[in-house]
Design a protein around this ligand. Structure first.
Ligand SMILES: [Zn+2]
Length: 1154
């Protein structure tokens, strides 16, 4: 891609998260707080499983009037407000950070001993045989020397690596898609074009009426299964399982289209692994019946964003007139789009005339539920015949969801992020920590360039694991610290090779030989493996932690526990909306849930409080005070912290004073008329406070407006939508001053992470305000037009999660690679002061860093390629640690092997980040064109080198990448790259930053939202209704649907929905009475209401951010917003439909090939 890159941009945020398992949430829920308006807490049942509210009644107290500037003022105190024993036994599962037990401590009884591997014939390095390992349930400090008795196990999972030639090898080489080709007369020879010819059986040139599949008899020696058999796209035949073969193979010759390729037999039987291509066939071994990956589907991420509130939507809404939606919608005529001229070539058939079977925009009659599946009319590319994301997701779930993913074999492609699966670490990091664009990388740089497939890893170092999986062990090597390679400093890992009887080891990254320190010496067994191999996590596991020594600490001094500083905007807007009171009430209880380590009774984190408008107010909440004291700093030009002692305190010790302060803040500023705010001085104040306390920490800033008050970092309103589609559009994404970049640098140096909660009623320049947040690894949350009634649940849930989540401070990450490749580029929320180290003032469990690799030498198929990600960080209790993740990949000399082992979801994650960074320096159109071009090259290279020769009229996609066009189109149509009229500049900047730290599951659902037919839900089961494709054609007027993308949940109600259903779900008697101002579904006692609410709750728990719920009635104004997410359709902002885009890609590919 030729997009210019900017040195480094790191938007912050937002990882979705497999579950919320990191912490057990205390019940925060039930009891109303006497004295507190019930409405504020009523909704405490969000995604958090119980969040107990142990707080005794409290009320507020009359304010004491405004303290005068400069001198300490005693504030009203309410000593009765908080009960002392807040911190119950709520906190849960020890994190890996459990302080190591006294030396020699043995594992607690009941826990399995560490070494679970059979002592087999495995050499150092990843065991080839993958015995199922069971590890102690929770993370435990791993003490060398306490080596528990090994439990030998049979290697049940032996075959996992190289799947036997079986089911999955069936190639579903589908007929090619012939798009408007005039040369289609000659049916292409069928065949799998990739890989060694030996792997491809002779292809019969004729159709097999019975649908017998093409076999690709793979043998283990052939390496990974040829999963990526090219998949052609028959123009009009739905190639999906379940479809009778006859239909698929029917040579219906559509005028203008080539006959379906005669080649691939696509029998039902040959279809199984539609998606599963490169994935190993089913694993032997017990199929974990009913295996529930506890917790939310591992995969999906989540984000909260905020579309304008419904109320505002009803106002002047830009965009096409909504009237078109009323009455019988006009037939979707899809006029040719600008930029897609090539499609006007009549032979494409994508100009869709009125469609007989889809009477209009909606499938005609209220045919409950049934998805429209009428035969495609002629001259139209049938959407059912092109690769379906839903089908791919379903196939992967059924093929790979029932078996654990065992990481013992190099280069295995993990299940999709949308599949629930358990991971067993047997030497490579779990895909929850690292996912790659390809698990088999080209041996040479030339090959890599030829394919244009980016080589990248999406890394989430502190990812939350489901409870069934074991957190990384903490290894303590004492004063000498972790054992490392002398030359490249790589950490001891399963791939290091011990030699000379165990006295030395050869580095798997740089080949340098290093002496084994005496304390670490161990004998080798007859196979050359250390006898303590299975007793040491760093020799046998893909992920583990080391306790860092003082050498790994700043200034050679062990860190102090971090601090949290809450900084609240108390200007007029914040006061008026009730926000300040809401925050203060929430903090009273939330402070008892600060992150704590392992079995510690209370959090080590200290807290401090600041309020501000044009000036800053610091509070002394020292436990010995009867009343909190306020210190006002009005000279914001040179920020300093007016008090040291008493600013950062232990919550338990200062409980009464803090409670008193939180009661008084809303009263003190209740009558404020100050509308102006400062911003940079607020961050500076937090930074200075942390410096003074000599600790790292996090600032939680609650801010409402553009900081126009006279002060450093003052901003002006420079929003200008006229810049869209001009060369200056990039300035909308750039900060308006470099002041914040410099501030960010200082913050990173101190380990001061900034989380930003924004409540704008107008433009506040997220692109600039967010700079410090994303460069420090922080998170931004945005609640536009915040209204207490509709938005408080979402905000409070986000706040609770943000405060409680696992976070590491003062973090530095480095990715080492074996000789031949190296990390060359990084994407995410961080700062870099050199070319190798990713620095983050804070890194939480949701944040992802994407690393791109380039060749600097040849790789070999024998040795493969290795990655080691080392994250040095300070835990929430102040312990300095190293978290290590290792991953081994295969290397190939055949392009087909590359294409067979790619992961499209990860590729899209990378491409989106690459493009979103590109808009900072290049015109958006350039970025879009570059994306299209790169993907066309990727697919053309496959076609040229891996697919069997066939008519140029056929579009042949690699099995593993058959969704690349549809997903790429979603990225191209996203708000950042192609904004609709309703999207604000701040929204775009916000989304741009969010996506940059998303993990693969989050980008997956963000770009291709999940659409569920609620009326099809089985009220008696826990399961979700089967998802459907994101197209209006799939919606029935008689049904209700839910769409989620990680930031929003839409509930769409068709105009013909039965009255009974409306009554059951909304409690009103007719469609017209449904209010689209609802932000939650009413709680009604009937099975349908319960089922729908449970689905919503389930989705909320899966996401890292609380999604905004929006009710959309068909043909209502808000429907336009909803339709924006029907990503397979043409968008109002000009984005192509999936069908059109596929045709366009095909044309691009043909041009490259000719
Ligand atoms: Zn080395």
């Amino acid at each position: 891609m030729s997009v210019n890159q900017q040195a480094h941009t790191g938007p912050p945020y937002g990882q979705p998260q497999p579950g919320y398992q990191g912490y057990q949430q205390p019940a925060y829920g039930g009891q109303p707080l006497p004295g507190v308006p019930q409405s504020q807490y009523g909704a405490y049942n969000g995604p958090m499983p119980g969040y107990q509210q142990p707080v005794p009644p409290q009320g507020y107290f009359p304010s004491l009037g405004f303290p005068s500037k400069g001198s300490p003022v005693s504030l009203n105190s309410d000593t009765s407000s908080l009960a002392p024993n807040f911190i119950g036994s709520l906190r849960a599962p020890p994190t890996s950070g459990a302080p190591p037990p006294a030396s020699g401590a043995s594992l607690p009884s009941g826990h399995l001993p560490y070494s679970q591997f059979g002592h087999g014939d495995v050499q150092n390095g990843i065991p080839a045989s993958t015995a199922p390992m069971q590890r102690p349930p929770a993370s435990q400090p791993f003490l060398p020397g306490s080596a528990p008795t090994p439990v030998s196990q049979t290697s049940t999972f032996q075959q996992y690596g190289h799947p036997p030639a079986s089911v999955q090898q069936l190639s579903n080489h589908m007929a090619g898609m012939t798009i408007g080709s005039t040369t289609a007369s000659a049916p292409p020879p069928a065949g799998l074009g990739y890989g060694p010819p030996t792997s491809v059986p002779p292809v019969s040139g004729s159709f097999s009426a019975t649908g017998s599949g093409l076999y690709t008899p793979y043998t283990a020696s052939q390496g990974p299964p040829p999963t990526s058999v090219s998949q052609g796209l028959p123009l009009a035949q739905p190639p999906y399982p379940g479809q009778p073969i006859s239909t698929q193979r029917l040579p219906t010759q559509v005028p203008g289209f080539a006959p379906p390729p005669s080649s691939a037999g696509i029998g039902p039987s040959s279809y199984p692994p539609t998606t599963g291509a490169p994935r190993p066939p089913t694993m032997p071994g017990p199929p974990l019946p009913g295996q529930t990956v506890a917790g939310p589907p591992v995969s999906q991420p989540n984000h909260v964003s905020s579309p304008p509130p419904p109320s505002t939507m009803s106002g002047p809404h830009p965009g096409p007139p909504m009237s078109g939606l009323h009455g019988p919608p006009p037939p979707p005529t899809h006029p040719p789009q600008p930029g897609y001229q090539m499609q006007q070539n009549g032979s494409f058939g994508q100009v869709r005339g009125p469609q007989p079977n889809y009477g209009g925009a909606y499938p005609g009659t209220p045919n409950y539920g049934s998805q429209p599946g009428p035969p495609p009319p002629p001259k139209r590319l049938d959407p059912d015949s092109i690769p379906s994301p839903i089908q791919v997701i379903e196939d992967d779930r059924s093929n790979r969801g029932s078996e654990p993913f065992v990481t013992g074999v190099r280069g295995q492609v993990p299940p999709l992020v949308t599949t629930n699966f358990l991971v067993k670490d047997q030497g490579n990091a779990s895909p929850r920590y690292i996912r790659c664009t390809s698990y088999n990388i080209p041996c040479t740089s030339d090959m890599a360039k030829q394919s244009q497939v980016p080589l990248a890893a999406v890394i989430k170092p502190l990812a939350t694991l489901p409870p069934e999986e074991t957190l990384p062990y903490l290894v303590d090597h004492g004063e000498s610290g972790p054992v490392r390679c002398n030359r490249c400093k790589a950490y001891m890992c399963p791939f290091m090779q011990f030699i000379e009887g165990g006295r030395r080891f050869q580095c798997c990254f740089c080949s340098c030989v290093t002496e084994v320190p005496p304390h670490y010496f161990q004998h080798l067994d007859h196979t050359g493996k250390r006898v303590d191999f299975y007793d040491r996590p760093e020799l046998s596991l893909g992920s583990y932690e080391f306790l860092a020594t003082v050498d790994y600490c700043k200034n050679n001094k062990f860190p102090s526990p971090p601090a949290f500083i809450f900084m609240i905007d108390v200007s007029y807007n914040a006061m008026k909306s009730g926000l300040v009171r809401l925050i203060c009430e929430e903090l009273k209880s939330l402070l008892d849930y600060l992150p704590r380590e392992g079995n510690m009774e209370e959090s080590a984190i200290r807290v401090g409080f600041v309020t501000y408008n044009k000036v800053l107010h610091f509070y002394n909440v020292k436990s010995s005070l009867a009343q909190p004291q306020m210190m006002v700093v009005s000279d914001v030009a040179d920020m300093f912290v007016p008090l040291l002692d008493g600013f950062l305190v232990n919550v338990n010790e200062s409980r009464t004073v803090i409670a008193s302060l939180l009661d008084q803040i809303p009263e003190m500023f209740a009558d404020t008329r100050e509308t102006e705010t400062v911003f940079a001085p607020v961050i500076q104040a937090g930074l200075e406070a942390l410096k003074a306390a000599e600790c790292a920490g996090k600032l939680f800033i609650f801010h409402t407006s553009l900081p126009v008050a006279e002060a450093p970092g003052k901003l002006k309103n420079r929003d200008d939508k006229k810049l869209i589609n001009t060369d200056k559009e990039k300035t909308l994404f750039q900060p308006q001053t470099s002041f914040y970049n410099n501030l960010a640098k200082d913050c990173v140096a101190q380990g001061c992470c900034v989380d930003l909660f924004l409540f704008p009623n107008q433009y506040l320049d997220v692109a600039t305000l967010g700079v410090v947040t994303y460069q420090t690894g922080g998170s931004i949350y945005k609640y536009a037009y915040f209204q207490l009634e509709t938005d408080q649940d979402r905000f409070l849930n986000d706040l609770r999660r943000d405060v409680q989540k696992e976070v590491g401070f003062d973090a530095v990450m480095r990715v080492r690679t074996s000789t031949g490749i190296r990390a060359t580029d990084f994407f995410g929320a961080f700062y870099m002061s050199n070319t190798t180290d990713v620095e983050m003032a804070g890194l939480d469990c949701d944040k992802t860093i994407t690393v791109e690799f380039k060749h600097d030498d040849k790789l070999s198929e024998d040795s493969g390629a290795l990655l080691q990600c080392a994250l040095l960080y300070t835990s929430c209790a102040g312990q300095r640690r190293l978290r290590i993740h290792n991953l081994s990949l295969n290397c190939c000399t055949q392009l087909a092997d590359l294409y067979r082992n790619c992961e499209t979801d990860t590729l899209i994650n990378y491409l989106a980040k690459y493009a979103y960074r590109g808009v900072l320096s290049s015109p958006v159109k350039t970025v879009r064109d570059a994306l299209i071009n790169q993907c066309a090259q990727i697919l053309a290279c496959y076609r040229k080198n891996c697919a069997s020769p066939s008519s140029a009229g056929q579009l042949i996609l690699p099995e593993c990448m058959k969704l690349l066009p549809v997903y790429l189109n979603c990225v191209l149509k996203s708000d950042v790259l192609q904004p609709g009229p309703e999207v604000t500049t701040d929204d775009r900047a916000y989304i741009r930053q969010l996506v940059t730290s998303m993990d693969v599951a989050e980008t997956n659902v963000f770009f291709y939202p999940r659409l569920l037919p609620l009326t099809k839900a089985d009220v008696d089961s826990d399961s979700l209704p089967a998802a459907i494709r994101n197209s209006e054609e799939r919606l029935s007027k008689g049904d209700i649907y839910l769409l989620e993308n990680g930031l929003n949940i839409f509930v769409w109600v068709g105009v013909n929905v039965q009255q009974g259903l409306i009554q059951n779900l909304f409690g009103v008697s007719s469609f017209s009475q449904i209010s689209n101002a609802l932000s939650t579904l009413p709680v009604l006692e009937n099975p349908f209401s319960k089922k729908v609410r449970s689905i919503v709750d389930m989705l909320q728990v899966q996401r890292s951010r609380y999604m905004k719920l929006i009710i959309v009635k068909q043909e209502d104004k808000l429907e336009m917003l909803f339709k924006h997410f029907l990503v397979e359709d043409k968008s109002l902002s000009g984005g192509a439909s999936y069908v059109d885009f596929l045709c366009h890609m095909h044309k691009e590919i043909r041009q490259l090939l000719s």
